[in-house]
Design a protein around this ligand. Sequence first.
Ligand code: ADP
Ligand code: MG
Length: 610
Amino acid sequence: MKLVAGVDIGNATTETSIAKFYNDKKIEFISSGIVKTTGMKGTRQNIHGIFSSVKQALDKVGLSIEDLNLIRINEAAPVIGDVAMETITETIITESTMIGHNPSTPGGLGLGVGTTININNLHEISNKDPLIVIIPSTVDFMEASEKINREFNNGRNIVGAIVQRDDGVLINNRIFKKIPIVDEVTLSEKVPLGMRAAVEVAPVGGVVEVLSNPFGIATAFELTPEETKMIVPIARALIGNRSAVVIKTPKGDVQERIIPAGKINVTGEKRRKSIDVDEGAEEIMKTLEFCSPIKDISGEPGTNAGGMLERVRQVMANLTGQNPGAIKIQDILAVDTFVPQKVKGGLANEFSMENAVGIATMVKADKLQMQAIANELEKQLGVLVEVGGVEADMAIRGALTTPGTNVPLAIIDMGAGSTDASFMSKEKRNKSIHLAGAGNMVTLMINTELGLDDIDLAEDIKKYPLAKVESLFHVRHEDGTVQFFENPLDPKVFGKIVILKEGNMVPIPGDNTLERIKTVRRFAKEKIFVTNALRALTTVSATGNIRDIEYVVLVGGSALDFEIPQLITDALSKYGVVAGRANIRGTEGPRNAVASGLILSYRKEDDKNE
Ligand code: ADP
Ligand code: MG
């Protein structure tokens, strides 16, 4: 009898499978282990995680490292999980000002367009032109409303107000004409005077409609089509607010500066082509397809794209002690996305959503590197260690232990950094591929698109469903169903959107609506995993046509997701392909495929030797 461990070092987790090999060739799987991967996949720092994963599996069955005859590790393809969001354009608004904040209680209603004037200087004006009064904190609501009423009586045309204090409603209640009043403008002293401004307040529960529409702003300020194009970021930043102010300053113009995102150069075995990042994700992916199989991918020096790809090369070179020139980027996944960008020229920290391209990269596997890890591990543990096979090939062997599966079969291994696929034909010949982009990129996209700045929170949003706490005794789930509680919920979650995580309610800070969070989440999953599933299967199918694959089994941590398998199943059903989640060895669910495959492939090699 021999005791063998298979260890799969992933970007996120290091999984172990332990089996007994009897002399009559019978294999008995006896235990599994799973721990977080230590260090970047494919580097020496992994050793610590390998040790604890193996130890965890052995402990479960009362065995120790000394009992092992052999450890087989995977030929880990190092993937840099560093996903960058490269903004395509950066918009800088100069000589123009906007206030787009959401005070809790703006006053009045409607839209007013006029010239800005300090309420204390109203006597200086004698004509009947429309005016927007600025009310500094030194003027209280009584004084302000008296002044406004007096001017109304004098026939002055006051059409809106911008208030520093939280007095919007109080002033509104005391004046005899309805005008829009935006309050809590803390920087009101910075509001330029004598300029044309537009103030808009929507009814309770409503959102501004004129100032969130570029043509609405154009109408208020009589802009040319050229100028209208320039104020698009202002309009975008105001979408969804209940109140807004836009002020046109002397030159009144807006400048748009486009920072080159740069070119990506793809070198294939037969073809090479360059593509501008600002052409968008779809064109980038087409270029990749055109050049495949890929030898290397680089970026234009001195641009965003160049910076990112060369950074990946540099990091990998440092980690593996190789020359950066020797590091080849094997694949990238580009996805169109939005990133919130601070609008320069705003007075209340306004953001606008800018187009961006997110890019995940993958570096070519280096077998020598894995051999070095194996040698080191062998020395430290005193157990024979060998590098098993290619990950995707191992995964398919493991996946075939799912009850009810048989060749021909394709698998998609959806991990943290890469999506790997493999196809095994009736003749047991197989073809596999490793693609950049998986669970980490989904998390990153959720993080940036929702402006969370909290990766752990983004990871939870990815993994768990949402609900809105509508009262202290009930929540509305994201599918619309209502759940009641006997005991009051924690007041901290009242009115909040929460993540339903393992029996707890984790509130999500910020003012994203449930619908928006859900949409961003599903879109990220779809863009990354459906795209990669289709790319992967096209490559591994014997004919290059997905339709020729009958069955696909989904493995890896991301196959545990509550939406991803469904999204892929739906997308593949259009090609007549049946897809479903694996259940490795009938017990492990979609996990442990590679680790189990490493053990099963050992039996094959053993057979040959005898
Ligand atoms: P790797 O092989 O790269 O280490 P794994 O197969 O361990 O990756 O999968 C890790 C990925 O799976 C991570 O992106 C993680 O967020 C995701 N993941 C793990 N558990 C779940 C879950 N319950 N729901 C959704 N995603 C999950
Ligand atoms: Mg994996």
